[in-house]
Design a protein around this ligand. Structure first.
Ligand code: AMP
Ligand code: MG
Length: 488
């Protein structure tokens, strides 16, 4: 039988390997004793110019594990550093991951294809280089949900079980996640070059590479490094606002988990809030609440300050004070940038136009009510749209006493909210924590049906479908008392 000429994935030139020698270690994936494809993202595969049925073949699965790589492709582990929970780690890097290659999709956009869980690398430190099925499926599920919500995100192309057990608190089935990202350049990549490798030439190459790839207009700026910081700050202000508008808590906003592209990355102990409370923390290792829901804008700004420090030498060589003077206004402007994106997003959630509102405290007064009454964030906005359509009792089932909302509702209705706008931006279905945990628990013991059902639900977040009411309810009482979302 003639072999199809179409490659498994249409790999392009490897720009990272070409441009950034010193920022990676060539490395190969570990073997997998009994591979089994658990999930393939057919839509994403097609967008990348691949045939999903071909990727399902043995050689396709070997590619998705990194064990069968086309000739000429150099797989590498990327180097990076990072501040983890505020503490400096000079050398993190891909301890259990590999950059497989780069693909130009059907629109001509470049993506990294990256494998997570593919074995120990020179960056592994004490780690086993492995990943468990549950956390890799979570990364796939949350990424697809975010994508369906219109939020920039890395996405999973596939999750393949390796057939090898992984030791965590218990023995768990191992898996490799094939991740697709605009790139894997992180704030921590810049920190690694500047603070660990101390290589000014590499810093220049990295900055040029990042600009060409993600923020090309910065190349023409008077000082491209300043324009790069500005572009990353703009992307992150928008991203964090959009996370928070859907109630998302990233959970580990370390500098190595913040991208230069503005895509969300590394869905570990992340979660969506039920009741609105800015102090909500999901990671069991986040004792100080550093990465709490409401702390996210401040942490993004803190991380951007680390990027700014890394860029100093490119701004005013030899004159640190002048360089700080050029970068500081960007950091100082971050809170207002975030607030503008948040306000416009909240206005859309409330069916109001962007820009300053006639009633300036309409958003904050609602937030106070929601917090004081512990109201479910996601349900509240769909219920409010029903109020705007004339159903005066729509809030009854989700708030303790409707009377407390009467004054606010009167002010809001006077602004003539548009319920159709609201229903286009306020999801009905999000990956609620108790549903995710339940689906992952069952997937881990071999039943993927609940997982696929939940994936179907959260990838169609806005349109009400009959038979899916159970997916709109907040967690049963007591669920959040045991924080179990720490698995990575
Ligand atoms: P993450 O928490 O996934 O953002 O990872 C933080 C750092 O720890 C990265 O350098 C990872 O490569 C590394 N890491 C996490 N888990 C493992 C593991 N099981 N084996 C080796 N390295 C790991
Ligand atoms: Mg990470």
């Amino acid at each position: 039988m003639p072999v199809t000429a179409r490659p498994l994935l249409p790999f392009a030139e490897q720009s990272y390997v070409r441009d950034l020698e010193g920022l990676y270690e060539p490395w190969a994936a570990a073997p997998a004793p009994a591979p089994e494809l658990l999930v393939l993202n057919d839509g994403l595969a097609a967008e990348l110019g691949a045939d999903p049925d071909v990727l399902r073949r043995r050689d396709g699965i070997a590619l998705l594990l990194g064990t069968g790589v086309p000739d000429g492709l150099s797989t590498v582990a990327q180097g990076y550093a990072g501040h983890q929970f505020g503490g400096w780690s000079p050398r993190l890097g891909d301890g259990r991951a590999l950059l497989l290659g780069e693909v130009l999709d059907v629109h001509g956009r470049r993506h990294d294809i990256h494998l997570k869980g593919s074995g120990r690398t020179p960056f592994a430190r004490g780690g086993d280089g492995r990943a468990a099925v549950g956390p890799m499926l979570r990364e796939h599920l949350v990424g697809e949900a975010m994508h369906a919500l219109g939020i920039p995100t890395t996405r999973a192309l596939a999750v393949v079980a390796t057939g090898e057990p992984v030791r965590r608190e218990t023995l768990l089935p191992g898996a490799v996640l094939a991740r697709v990202a605009a790139s894997h350049l992180r704030v921590g990549t810049f920190q690694y070059v500047v603070a660990t490798l101390r290589d000014p030439g590499l810093l220049r190459r990295l900055t040029d590479h990042a600009i060409a790839r993600h923020h090309p207009t910065a190349a023409a700026a008077e000082v491209p490094a300043v324009a790069l910081l500005d572009a990353v700050a703009a992307a992150q202000a928008e991203l964090v606002a959009r996370w928070m508008l859907v109630g998302f808590v990233h959970g580990v906003m370390n500098t190595d988990n913040m991208t230069i592209s503005g895509e969300s990355i590394d869905y570990g102990p992340c979660a969506f809030i039920d009741a609105y409370d800015p102090e909500t923390v999901f990671s069991s290792i986040d004792h100080g609440g550093r990465y709490a829901f409401g702390a996210q804008p401040e942490i993004a700004q803190w991380n951007l300050a680390r990027l700014a420090e890394s860029l100093l030498a490119l701004v005013e060589p030899g004159d640190q004070q002048a360089a700080v003077g050029a970068l500081m206004p960007i950091l100082e402007a971050f809170p207002d940038r975030f607030l503008a994106a948040w306000r416009d997003g909240m206005h859309a959630k409330l069916g109001l136009p962007a820009g300053p509102a006639e009633d300036e405290s309409i958003v904050d007064d609602l937030l106070t009510l929601l917090r004081e009454d512990g109201v479910d964030w996601t349900s509240a906005f769909r219920a409010l749209a029903r109020v705007a359509r004339g159903d005066a009792d729509a809030l009854a089932s989700i708030v303790p006493t409707q009377e407390r909302f009467a004054g606010w509702l009167g002010r809001w209705m006077a602004l003539a909210p548009d319920p159709d706008v609201m229903d286009r931006v306020n999801p009905l279905y999000i990956p609620r924590n108790h549903l995710v945990e339940d689906a992952l628990t069952q997937a881990t013991v071999g039943d993927l049906a609940p997982y696929h059902r939940l994936l179907d639900v959260v990838t169609h977040p806005f349109h009400k479908r009959p038979g899916f009411d159970a997916y709109t309810a907040p967690a049963p009482p007591g669920f959040g008392d045991h924080v179990t979302y720490c698995g990575t």
